[in-house]
Design a protein around this ligand. Structure first.
Ligand code: PLP
Length: 462
C-alpha cells in the first residue's frame, strides 16, 4: 500500500455498533486505570486515537481529525510512514538494543551522531543521546555545571532561565521552567536558579517604556552583577518559546545575550526540543539569530515521535572538558539506543528527501497570510508565525492586551469538536504546530476552521 503522507486513513474494518461498544469499554477502562497528565476527575469524556496517516488521525468512533498540533510538536514527517516502520523493523531484526557505556558502541548511534552534528550549526561537534527533551535538559544543566567544575571553578553553579519557559518536568528541567504550576506542591526546587524576563514584543508595554531587548539586556547585566559572574554556570532558553505561545524574540535579543554571556564565561544552552529539525523552516532556530550556543538540546522532531529519542549537541570544548581523563560520569540506560537511532536516521532522510524545511517556509508563509485577517476579530490580539510554528494570542481587550478569562481551552475544544481540528492551547494563546508535510488543502482546512470558531468567540472567551 502506498504510504505517502497524502494517503488517506484506511476505512473502518468493524461495524459501527462494535466500534461504539469497544469505545465505551476503552473509555471505562481509561477512567478506571489510566492516569493522564493535566486531566481533572470531573472530565469523564475521552478521545481514543487509533490510527493516523499524513496530517490526519482517526479516533475509535471513526472520526477523522486534522492533527495541527503534530501530536505534541513532534510529528515532522506525518503519521504512518512505512519507511520508518521498515527502518525500525530492520534494526530490531539485527540488534534491537544495546548500550554505549564505556567502550561499547553501535553502528546506528555512530551514524546518527555524524548526521546530527553535520546538520547542527558549525561548532556543535559532539552528540549525547537521550530519550526525550527533559532528559536532554537534565544532561545540559549537569554538563554546564560539570564543565566549570572540571575547569576548577566549582562555585559556578547558578543557572539563568526565563519566566514562561518550558524545559520539561525533570528535577533540573522543571526547576528551570518558568511556569509556577511546575513548582507548586513538589517540594524544594533545584537551588541556584534565577528566572529572567523573557522578551515578548506583542506585550512591549510591559517593559516600562524601554525597548524590549534593552530591558532584557539590562536585567541580565544587573542579574549577572548581583549574583556574580564567577558563580554563574549557564543560561538556558528556547530560541523561540513554544509552550509560551510561539513567542518570537526581537532579532537582536539572542546575539546580544550570547555576546554578554560569552564575555563573562557563562555557557549558553539552547532548548531546541520543539524548534529543532525543521519546525521553524531551518534545521535549528539558532540559525535565524546567527547564534551558536555551547550546548543545544534537541528531541521530538529527531524521530518525529515514532519512538522517544533526543540528542544534546555540544561544542568540542564542552565535550572535551566534561569528558577529560575520567569520562563524563553519567548516562541513561537508553543513551544511544540503536532502534531509536535507526528511526531517527530514516526520519531525517525523509525531512531531507522531501525538502520539508522548504515546505515549512512556504506553507507556513501561506498560512500566515491566510491567518493575518484573524487580527480583525475582537478576541484575537496577535498572530505569530515562523515556519510551521504558529501562535494565535487571544485577548479580552485588544487595547489592554489582557488574556481571555477562560484561556484558550474553550477554543481548543470547539476546534476539535466542531471542526475536527486538533491544536493545543495555553492561558493566552493557541499553539499550532502542524506536521511539516502540511499541504495547501490541509492549511486551508486549518485556516477555515480557525475563522469559523474564532468568529464566534466573544471577548469573554465563550
Ligand atoms: N523543552 C521544550 C521547549 C518543550 O516544549 C518540551 C516538551 O514539550 C520539553 C523540553 C520536554 O520534552 P519531553 O516532554 O520530551 O521531556
Amino acid at each position: 500500500m502506498p504510504n505517502s503522507p497524502a494517503a488517506s486513513i484506511p476505512g473502518p474494518e468493524i461495524s459501527a455498533s462494535e466500534k461504539s461498544e469497544k469505545t465505551a469499554q476503552w473509555v471505562r477502562a481509561d477512567r478506571d486505570r489510566l492516569m493522564h497528565p493535566n486531566l481533572p476527575d470531573s472530565r469523564t469524556e475521552r478521545t481514543v486515537m487509533v490510527e493516523g496517516r499524513g496530517c490526519h488521525v482517526r479516533d475509535s468512533s471513526g472520526r477523522k481529525y486534522l492533527d495541527a498540533a503534530a501530536v505534541l510538536g513532534v510529528m515532522q514527517v506525518g503519521h504512518g510512514r512505512s519507511e520508518i516502520v521498515e527502518a525500525a523493523t530492520a534494526q530490531m531484526s539485527s540488534l534491537e538494543c544495546f548500550h554505549i557505556w564505556e567502550t561499547m558502541s553501535n553502528d546506528k548511534a555512530i551514524e546518527l551522531a555524524v548526521r546530527v552534528t553535520g546538520l547542527a550549526p558549525p561548532g556543535l561537534e559532539r552528540a549525547y543521546f537521550t530519550s526525550g527533551g527533559a532528559e536532554g535538559n537534565e544532561i545540559a544543566l549537569r554538563m554546564a555545571r560539570y564543565f566549570h567544575y572540571r575547569r576548577e571553578q566549582p562555585e559556578r553553579t547558578w543557572i539563568l532561565s526565563r519566566k514562561s519557559a518550558y524545559h520539561g518536568i525533570g528535577y533540573g528541567s522543571g526547576s528551570v521552567s518558568g511556569l509556577p504550576v511546575y513548582h507548586q506542591g513538589f517540594g524544594p526546587v533545584m537551588p541556584d536558579v534565577h528566572h529572567l524576563t523573557a522578551p515578548d514584543p506583542y506585550h512591549a508595554e510591559a517593559y516600562g517604556g524601554e525597548d524590549v531587548t534593552e530591558f532584557c539586556l539590562r536585567e541580565l547585566r544587573e542579574t549577572i552583577e548581583r549574583i556574580g559572574p564567577e558563580r554563574i554556570a549557564a543560561m538556558i532558553g528556547e530560541p523561540v518559546m513554544s509552550v509560551g505561545g510561539a513567542v518570537i524574540p526581537p532579532p537582536d535579543y539572542w546575539p546580544r545575550v550570547a555576546e554578554l554571556l560569552r564575555s563573562h564565561g557563562i555557557l549558553l544552552i539552547f532548548d531546541e526540543v520543539v524548534t529543532g529539525y525543521g519546525r521553524t523552516g531551518r534545521w535549528f532556530a539558532a540559525e535565524h539569530f546567527g547564534v551558536t550556543p555551547d550546548i543545544m538540546v534537541t528531541a521530538k522532531g529527531i524521530t518525529s515521535g515514532y519512538v522517544p529519542h533526543g540528542a544534546v549537541l555540544v561544542s568540542d570544548e564542552v565535550a572535551a572538558t566534561v569528558t577529560g581523563s575520567t569520562g563524563f560520569p553519567i548516562g541513561f540506560t537508553y543513551t544511544g539506543h540503536p532502534t531509536a537511532c535507526a528511526v531517527a536516521l530514516a526520519n531525517l532522510d525523509i525531512i531531507e528527501g522531501e525538502n520539508l524545511l522548504e515546505n515549512a517556509v512556504k506553507t507556513g508563509g501561506y498560512l500566515a497570510d491566510r491567518l493575518a485577517p484573524l487580527r480583525d476579530l475582537p478576541a484575537v490580539g496577535d498572530v505569530r508565525q515562523i515556519g510551521l510554528m504558529l501562535g494565535v494570542e487571544l485577548v479580552a481587550d485588544k487595547t489592554a492586551r489582557t488574556q481571555l478569562p477562560t484561556g484558550a481551552a474553550p477554543v481548543v475544544q470547539a476546534l476539535r469538536e466542531d471542526e475536527g481540528i486538533i491544536v493545543r492551547g495555553n492561558p493566552r494563546s493557541l499553539l499550532i504546530n502542524p506536521p511539516l508535510v502540511l499541504d495547501r488543502g490541509a492549511a486551508d482546512q486549518l485556516a477555515d476552521g480557525l475563522f469559523s470558531v474564532l468568529e464566534r468567540v466573544g471577548t469573554d472567551g465563550r
